[in-house]
Design a protein around this ligand. Structure first.
Ligand code: GDP
Length: 498
C-alpha cells in the first residue's frame, strides 16, 4: 500500500542549537533530494546507505542557499515509522525550521498530523498501542517514576503481560471449541475444575494489575493531597511552606481561604497535587458553604488528607465532623500552633477518634514512631494503624507552621507512607493508563461471568463466550481490537512531529 509522505518539525518550537525536520513516507528520499545539495558527493540520495548522515545545504528551487545541514537517511523498514525517513538537522531557529519545512512541503510532502509518525509505527506493526502510548508518556513524564514506568512500557512490560494473559485465555477458548467439535477425542471431563482454577489465577493477575493502576497513577500524576481543617488553623501557612512561596492569602480572619487553591509540590521523587480548601466548619455563610461542600467532595476522592488542627484551642463539634470524614483514608493529623499553649494533645485526638469510629474500626494502641525512625525527633509523632479495614493509616504529628517546626517530619512521613509502606518501586508492571485500566476492568467482568457460569454448571459454550470477550477487552490495550476512531483519538493527543 502506497502512503503519502509526511513532514513535521520534530524538535521544540523555540530557538535552540539544532532543529530537526522529519520526513517519512515512500517519497521521503526523493523529496529531500530535490532540495538538498551535497558538495562532496555526486550520488543521488537514493543511493546513500541506510543509517548514514550527510553534510550539505538546503537550497530553494531557484538555487538560493537556505541553511547548512546534516541529513540522516533511514531506509524502510529500519526506521521509527518503518518507512523511508529522512531527518534534516538544521540550525534550530524557529524561522529557519519553518522555512525548511515549507520548502519540504513545496517539494511534495504534506504536513504531518500530531502523532502521525508514531501512528504509522503502530499501523506498520513496529509497536503495539501500549508502546505507542508510552512514547507520549515519556515525553510528558513529570517525575522519575513516570519516566521509568513509561520507558518500561515502551520496552514492552505491559505488552508482554497482556499478551501472556491473552494467550492463556485463548488456549482455553481453543480447548473448549475443539472439544465441542471433536468430543470423541477430546474429553471435557474434569475440565470445569481446571477452568475454575485457571479463572481464579487470571483474576488474581487482573486484580494485581488493577491495584498497580492506582499506585501507578499516584506516582505518575502525583498524590492527590487535600489540606483540611477549620478556618484559621494554619492551612494556608502550611501550603505556603510546602510550596515554598506565597500562594494562599494568610490572614487572621476566619474563613479567608474560600476558593480552592491547587499547587503541585515535588518532594524528591514524588509529586503532591496539593489542594487547600475552605475551612471546614458549621457555617451559615453561603459562599463559604460552597467551599465546604466542595472540600468534603474532594476529601472523599483524595489519596492523602492533611488535617490541620489548632492545638491551642479545645476540640469542638466540627473536629468530630472532620475526623469522621477522614476515617478510612490515609491521613496525617497536624497538631499545629504547637508553639502556643497546648490545649489538644495526641491523646485527646486519639480519644475522640476512638469515641467516634470505634464501631467501624478497631485501632491499635498508639506506639511511638520514633523507635523505628531514628533520625526523627522523638515524641513528635505518634502513629495509628487500623487493624480492620483496608490498609489506610492515620498519623498524628505536632507542628508549628509559624516556626516551621515539624515540617521536615511531615515530608518524611508522606514519603515514607507512599514509598515504603503501601507502595514500592520494583519490577512489577504498573498500569498507568486509564484506558488500560478500563479494559482490564471489562476483562475482569467477563472472567467473573466465566466463574459464575462454572459455578452454575452452565454448558461449555457459555464459558467460551465470556472468555472471548475477556480476550477482546485485553486486545484493546495493545491495539488488536480497536477501531479507527479510538486509534485516531489516541494519536490526536500526541504532539506535532512525534
Ligand atoms: P487557615 O485559615 O487555616 O488557612 O490559616 P492561616 O494559614 O491563614 O493562618 C491563620 C493565622 O494563624 C495567621 O495569623 C497565622 O499567622 C497564624 N498561624 C499559622 N500557623 C501558626 C503557628 O504554627 N503558630 C502560631 N502561633 N500561629 C500560626
Amino acid at each position: 500500500m502506497k502512503t503519502d509522505t509526511i513532514a513535521a518539525i520534530a524538535t521544540a518550537m523555540s530557538d535552540s542549537g539544532i532543529g530537526i525536520i522529519r520526513v517519512s513516507g515512500d517519497e521521503a528520499v526523493e523529496i529531500v533530494d530535490k532540495i538538498y545539495q551535497n558538495v562532496h558527493c555526486e550520488k543521488k540520495m537514493k543511493e546513500y546507505k541506510s543509517h548514514t548522515i550527510h553534510y550539505g545545504f538546503i537550497v530553494e528551487e531557484d538555487g538560493t542557499l537556505v541553511d547548512e545541514v546534516m541529513v540522516s537517511v533511514l531506509k524502510a523498514p529500519r526506521s521509527y515509522t518503518m518507512e523511508d525517513t529522512v531527518e534534516i538537522n538544521c540550525h534550530g531557529g524557529i524561522l529557519m525550521m519553518r522555512k525548511i519545512l515549507s520548502i519540504v512541503m513545496k517539494a511534495g510532502a504534506r504536513i504531518a498530523e500530531p502523532g502521525e509518525f508514531t501512528k504509522r509505527a503502530f499501523l506498520n506493526g513496529r509497536i503495539d498501542l501500549s508502546k505507542a502510548e508510552a512514547v507520549m508518556d515519556i515525553i510528558h513524564a513529570k517525575n522519575e517514576f513516570a519516566l521509568q514506568s513509561s520507558v518500561k512500557q515502551l520496552k514492552g512490560s505491559v505488552f508482554d503481560k497482556i499478551k501472556k494473559l491473552r494467550e492463556e485465555i485463548l488456549y482455553e477458548i481453543a480447548f473448549i471449541e475443539s472439544a465441542l467439535d471433536d468430543p470423541e477425542h477430546i474429553s471435557l471431563e474434569g475440565y470445569q475444575e481446571r477452568l475454575l482454577d485457571k479463572s481464579e489465577h487470571i483474576l488474581r493477575d487482573f486484580n494485581k494489575l488493577l491495584d498497580s493502576a492506582d499506585d501507578g497513577r499516584m506516582l505518575k500524576e502525583g498524590i492527590h493531597t487535600v489540606i483540611v481543617g477549620k478556618p484559621n488553623v494554619g492551612k494556608s501557612s502550611l501550603l505556603n511552606i510546602l510550596a515554598g512561596k506565597e500562594k494562599a492569602i494568610v490572614t487572621d480572619v476566619a474563613g479567608t481561604t474560600r476558593d480552592i487553591l491547587e499547587e503541585t509540590i515535588t518532594l524528591g521523587d514524588i509529586t503532591l497535587n496539593m489542594i487547600d480548601t475552605a475551612g471546614i466548619r458549621n457555617t451559615e455563610d453561603i459562599v463559604e458553604k460552597i467551599g465546604v461542600e466542595k472540600a468534603r467532595k474532594i476529601s472523599e476522592e483524595a489519596d492523602l488528607i492533611l488535617y490541620v488542627m489548632d492545638a491551642s484551642v479545645p476540640l469542638d463539634e466540627s473536629d468530630k465532623d472532620i475526623i469522621r470524614m477522614i476515617s478510612g483514608k490515609n491521613a496525617i493529623i497536624l497538631l499545629n500552633k504547637s508553639d502556643l499553649k497546648e490545649m489538644i494533645d495526641e491523646q485527646s485526638v486519639i480519644d475522640i477518634m476512638n469515641a467516634i469510629i470505634s464501631d467501624t474500626l478497631s485501632l491499635t494502641k498508639a506506639y511511638n514512631y520514633q523507635h523505628e525512625k531514628e533520625d526523627i525527633e522523638s515524641d513528635d509523632i505518634l502513629t495509628y494503624q487500623k487493624i480492620k479495614g483496608i490498609d489506610n493509616s492515620v498519623y498524628i504529628i505536632k507542628t508549628s507552621t509559624k516556626e516551621e517546626h515539624g515540617i521536615e517530619l511531615l515530608t518524611f512521613l508522606i514519603k515514607d507512607m507512599f514509598f515504603h509502606g503501601q507502595l514500592s518501586y520494583n519490577d512489577e508492571v504498573y498500569i498507568t493508563n486509564i484506558r488500560h485500566k478500563e479494559a482490564i476492568l471489562d476483562a475482569k467482568k467477563s472472567m467473573l461471568e466465566v466463574k459464575k457460569s462454572l459455578e452454575m454448571n452452565m454448558p461449555e459454550d457459555f464459558y467460551s463466550i465470556d472468555l472471548m470477550s475477556a480476550y477482546t477487552s485485553l486486545g484493546q490495550i495493545i491495539g488488536e481490537e480497536v477501531g479507527d476512531d479510538l486509534v485516531n483519538e489516541i494519536f490526536s493527543k500526541f504532539c506535532m512531529g512525534k
